[in-house]
Design a protein around this ligand. Structure first.
Ligand SMILES: Cc1cc2nc3c(=O)[nH]c(=O)nc-3n(C[C@H](O)[C@H](O)[C@H](O)COP(=O)(O)OP(=O)(O)OC[C@H]3O[C@@H](n4cnc5c(N)ncnc54)[C@H](O)[C@@H]3O)c2cc1C
Length: 239
């Protein structure tokens, strides 16, 4: 196993966020008397969003959400608390789990520490440029580049893409999510959507590309005239 990271440090949007992970039916919830289930999580979210392209994905994520939270805590040694003083949008019970600091950077640092303890090689400043394909079209590896632009080829039986969305690529946002094209992006700069281009080359079908989360925020000046509304967009691809 090996990990390559495009930027000079890992973290991405996870480090910028509050590091909050939804888990339905975790032991952390049971310990404080919260009754929850994957079915309840699906019903809550579907009640808000209605049916969409990634319906089955929602069910799979809900089914495994408690297991993932407990695995992060028990196997990866990530320190997580159940957040009881805040319920996320549409959540009918508290089910977000986060580091006590509520800093995504702490979540990322603790995961990085687990990677180091296991001796898993991690190459930073090594963007994946393309995927390699075998004669039957199967993915057989990836091509990465170092800061000097020298390319290296990695062979692998399995490649897991964890490259987030395409909010940092104005070109892709304009092409796939035009409604968000004029909003200010406040996320991680590594989210440039290369995986969409790789998927297109492979003939993958895409869904939900036009979905974006926007939030109104105020610039620091208290003067109403110079206050402007900006928004973040976090367009996520689903292959
Ligand atoms: C301010 C803020 C608030 C948020 N609030 C919420 C919220 O309330 N609820 C919610 O559900 N979500 C929220 N999010 C979104 C959530 O944080 C992200 O969806 C989540 O962290 C994404 O995790 P990830 O591992 O997929 O991607 P990331 O944490 O972004 O990691 C992807 C990594 O891949 C790297 N990478 C990209 N391309 C390549 C490449 N070609 N080669 C090598 N490496 C590459 C990136 O540099 C990055 O380090 C918020 C995000 C922000 C910024």
């Amino acid at each position: 196993m090996a990990i390559t990271e495009k930027l000079d440090r890992i973290g991405g949007n996870t480090a910028l966020s509050t590091g909050s992970l939804p888990g339905a039916g975790t032991r952390f919830q049971r310990a404080v008397g919260i009754e929850d289930s994957p079915e309840r999580l699906v019903a809550d979210l579907r009640g808000l969003s209605g049916s969409h392209d990634a319906d089955r994905l929602l069910e799979v994520l809900a089914e495994h959400s408690a297991e993932i939270v407990e695995w992060l805590a028990d196997a990866m040694g990530v320190q997580l608390d159940i957040i009881v003083d805040y319920r996320h949008v549409a959540h009918s019970v508290p089910r977000l789990h986060a580091p006590t600091s509520r800093k995504g950077q702490d979540l990322a640092d603790q995961m990085l520490a687990a990677v180091e303890r296991r001796g898993i090689p991690l190459a930073t400043s090594s963007p994946v440029r393309s995927l390699k394909r075998g004669s039957n079209g199967e993915i057989t590896g990836a091509v990465t580049a170092d800061p000097e632009g020298r390319e290296a080829s990695i062979r692998a039986k399995k490649i897991i893409l964890c490259v987030n969305g395409f909010g940092a690529s104005p070109k892709l946002v304009r092409a796939h999510c035009p409604e968000a094209a004029d909003l200010m992006y406040v996320g991680a700069k590594g989210s440039e959507g290369e995986a969409i281009l790789w998927g297109e080359e492979l003939g993958a079908r895409f869904g939900n590309l036009a979905s974006a989360a926007a939030s109104a925020t105020r610039r620091s000046s208290p003067s109403p005239r110079s206050c402007s509304t900006v928004a973040s967009r976090s367009a996520e691809p689903s292959l």
